[in-house]
Design a protein around this ligand. Structure first.
Ligand SMILES: Nc1ncnc2c1ncn2[C@@H]1O[C@H](COP(=O)(O)OP(=O)(O)OP(=O)(O)O)[C@@H](O)[C@H]1O
Length: 787
């Protein structure tokens, strides 16, 4: 377990606040429950004797004890920066208490912490709840993802700057659910009245079920786990209406298509299709049936999911596909390919008549081979050959090599995986094309829902890439919350006591430095035909023997451990080289390119001549690194907002809050450090000129001040504010002070508005009166018979 730098920081707070009086309550560290409440019964020379509720006693050093707030509000506080005693046990107690009363959202400054309720709480997503947050200032309503979305939307409109909302947390913590809420709310704020059936926002919303059908699966951690990362850019026009959107996806887990371990499932779409209702006749059309008869599904015993009706989901997915612009012909092709993948998985191979050759095992395998070829509309013999033979071109000569049954099976799986991943990419592209981008849009809100940090018993290449993503995002978070704050304070020369934080640049260097980082060494290994995972591991050990973030696990010959920001993770290198090679077997590409189905051949466009000849492989890790660079560039051009999702237990059940588990997630996500900084710092700032411009209404004479600093100070005094800071170019305010100033401004503006109204009213009445008077005089004149 890592101890964050927060603990060092907390020491300061603790000593300042400690008051170990006999009879008072404190928190004592406990290996099982993280922190336990105890009463002090004796305090002598830094040795404190305490009594637990259970009746047992213990003696502890004062440095291991935290004071407990005797006036802790019974329902906790909405913003942790308002905790009287800011320390880990206090934070944990607050989240726990709120969780028990179904208050799952809590702020720490501007960061929203969302604890997964594992049960539907309808009031949290109702339309009436959405209405409450519309136009409400941040902090006015209870913590909620809608408040974050509303804040981001308002910032976008007022500051004319793009925004992003980064949703993070471990698998099953609730990222996708929170993301969906954000998207619903943004559609509510920026949507048009529903006129036609396929508005941009509706398409954006309906893209969720489509992507989930093809990219989500049940895992041990989450029954509906997204096996890809997602960044949704929602574009807005000048009026703040949604005008376009783009979805970027990251690294779909391909291996799941062929390999599922108990009790997980393959991608939802396979089960949905097998359960398609009789009336649509797809099961017969695609020669499907019981999912247990398919190898790609029956490696796990888990076929059905509690509370999920695959048959209904099938129809719902098709409806959503319709909304996002996937035509019924395209839907047919998509499900035909999904069925073909299942049939491919059932082709087994046995030794053929020649040495080291292979052939389909039996009639059943031939049936599946023929069915798969029929569904993919390609030649059945060529399909068989693409599994059992390989054509090698050496020095201009082509030689046909026969493959043994094991290699043929691997080739079959490779085909299934590449077809599926191309299909997924096609779906994402299609959604993007049909929603359409607004080329004129200058403002967007991006929502990032990406896999959280992973550390399993066995970690492979996928975890390596996922954890690289999290290191990158952690650095972004660090930079934003910590570095930028502190750098700005230094630049502005304002009084600020520095806070230590764990900078992870060294981990990023270890992984992605060019040359010499792990990815560079992996790519190098992939380029040498004789490299194996052993030689790759050996190279890593030599290169990084003195690196503090790298070590060789004691019980492994080819593994390596990285000391990530969230803890140590050991990776097995066995499949690193294979998984890093983005290589489509030329026979597979040629076969599918020749398919009579334009949809299938479109997934495999002909490769340019030079690519076929070139032996240079394409590195998945390098591509992924590039995608991350571009993601980070986009994020850096936006104002970020953070939602940290927390999984309260691993049983995926409501009402259970496991202290240690939660604490670990809070530490990993930098939440503790963020609390400290929000509390201690000056989160609101405005340049002198902006400040004067915004608040000169409070005292217009400041516009005549010789310099802006004097003007700012005068305005701050006028509003009776203390404890602000004047930097070199900006005014720095404590949390909440801006709201006070805005309230004064609103009051003055309100008064001014009523004066203007009064004057205008008076002017209009007078005009009316004058007119009446003239008319009356004229009438009198006529009545008197004058000309
Ligand atoms: N706000 C919520 N209300 C009700 N249930 C929720 C909520 N958030 C999460 N859940 C439950 O927790 C499950 C997991 O949530 P979700 O799929 O959003 O996790 P995730 O963080 O996106 O996981 P992964 O990284 O595996 O995709 C959901 O399927 C749902 O059952």
């Amino acid at each position: 377990m890592i101890r964050s730098a927060m603990n060092v920081v907390l020491e300061g707070i603790k000593t300042a606040q400690l008051n170990f009086v006999v009879g008072s309550h404190v928190w004592i560290e406990d290996p099982e429950l993280a922190w336990l409440d105890a009463e002090i019964i004796e305090s002598k020379n830094q040795e404190i004797t305490v009594n637990f509720e259970s009746g047992s006693k213990t003696v502890s050093k004062s440095s291991n004890i935290y004071p407990k707030d005797p006036e802790f509000p019974p329902n906790g506080v909405e913003d942790m920066t308002r905790l009287a005693y800011l320390h880990e046990p206090g934070v944990l107690q607050n989240l726990h208490i709120r969780y028990t009363i179904n208050e799952i959202y809590t702020y720490t400054g501007n960061i929203l912490i969302a604890v997964n309720p594992f049960q539907r709480l309808p009031h949290l997503s109702a339309t009436s709840t959405m209405a409450k947050y519309k136009g409400a200032a941040f902090g006015e309503q209870s913590p909620h993802p809608f408040a974050i979305a509303s804040f981001a939307y308002r910032n976008m409109i007022n500051e004319e700057k793009s925004q992003s909302i980064l949703v993070s947390g471990e698998s099953g913590a609730g990222k996708t659910e929170s993301t969906k809420m954000l998207m619903h709310y943004l559609a509510y704020l920026g949507g048009r009245a529903a006129t036609e059936g396929r508005s941009v926002e509706q398409q954006v919303l309906e893209s969720n079920p489509v992507l989930e059908a093809f990219g989500n699966a049940k895992t041990v951690r989450n029954n509906n786990s997204s096996r890809f990362g997602k960044f949704v850019e929602i574009q807005f026009d000048q009026k703040g209406r949604i005008s376009g959107a783009a979805i970027r996806t990251y690294l779909l887990e391909r291996s799941r298509v062929c390999q599922v371990s108990d009790p997980e499932r393959n991608y939802h779409c396979f089960y949905m299709l097998c359960a398609a209702p009789k009336e649509v006749q797809d099961v017969d059309k695609y020669k499907l049936g019981n999912p247990r008869t398919f190898h790609y599904l029956n490696q796990s015993n888990c076929i059905e999911l509690d509370g999920l009706d695959d048959s209904k989901e099938y129809l719902a997915t098709k409806r959503a596909m319709e909304v996002v612009g996937i035509s019924s012909d395209e839907q047919d092709a998509i499900f035909r390919i999904v069925a073909a993948v299942l049939h491919l998985g059932n082709i087994e191979f046995v030794k053929g008549s020649e040495v080291d050759s292979s052939q389909p095992k039996d009639e059943k395998s031939h049936f599946h081979l023929k069915t798969a070829a029929g569904l993919l509309m390609c030649d059945v013999k060529s399909l068989e050959d693409s599994f059992c033979k390989r054509v090698m071109v050496t020095r201009g000569e082509s030689i046909t090599k026969l493959l043994d049954p094991d290699s043929a099976t691997l080739s079959r799986d490779a085909l299934a995986k590449i077809i599926y991943s191309r299909l997924f990419d096609w779906i994402v592209d299609k959604i993007n094309n049909s929603i359409g981008q607004d080329a004129n849009s200058k403002k967007l809100i991006g929502v990032l829902d990406i896999y959280g940090f992973e550390s399993f018993k066995t970690n492979s290449f996928e975890q390596f890439c996922i954890n690289l993503t999290n290191e990158k995002l952690q650095q972004h978070f660090n930079q934003h919350v910590f570095k930028m704050e502190q750098e700005e304070y230094t630049r502005e020369e304002i009084d600020w006591s520095y806070i230590e934080f764990v900078d992870n640049q060294d981990v990023l260097d270890l992984i992605e430095k060019k040359p010499g980082g792990i990815i560079a060494l992996l790519d190098e290994a992939c380029m040498f035909p004789r490299s194996t995972h052993e030689t790759f591991a050996e190279k890593l050990y030599q290169t990084f023997k003195d690196n503090k973030r790298f070590s060789k696990p004691k019980l492994s010959r080819t593994g390596f451990t990285i000391n990530h920001y969230a803890g140590d993770v050991s990776y097995q290198t066995d499949l690193f080289l294979d998984k890093n090679k983005d290589y489509v077997v030329p026979e597979h590409a040629a076969l599918l390119n020749a398919s009579k189905c334009p949809f299938v051949s479109g997934l495999f466009p002909p490769l340019p001549e030079e690519t076929i000849k070139s032996t240079k492989f394409s590195s998945i890790a390098a591509q992924f690194k590039q995608q991350l660079i571009s993601l980070l560039e986009t994020l850096n051009a936006t104002e970020p907002h953070y939602i940290r999702c927390v999984k309260p237990n691993n049983l995926l059940k409501p009402g259970i809050f496991e202290n240690n588990n939660v604490l670990q997630q809070l530490r990993c996500g930098g939440v503790m450090e963020a609390i400290r900084i929000s509390c201690a710092g000056y989160p609101t700032r405005k340049s002198f000129s902006e400040f004067v411009q915004r608040f000169s209404i409070l005292d217009p004479t400041v516009l005549k001040c010789p310099d802006e600093v004097t003007g700012c100070k005068r305005l701050l005094d006028k509003a009776n504010l203390k404890d602000y800071q004047i930097g070199n170019t900006k005014v720095f305010l404590r949390a909440g002070q801006m709201a006070e100033l805005d309230a004064c401004r609103a009051e003055v503006m309100g008064r001014s508005a009523s004066i203007i109204q009064r004057k205008v009213c008076m002017f209009l009445c007078r005009k009316h009166y004058k007119l009446l008077q003239l008319c009356a005089i004229e009438l009198q004149r006529v009545a008197r018979g004058a000309n």
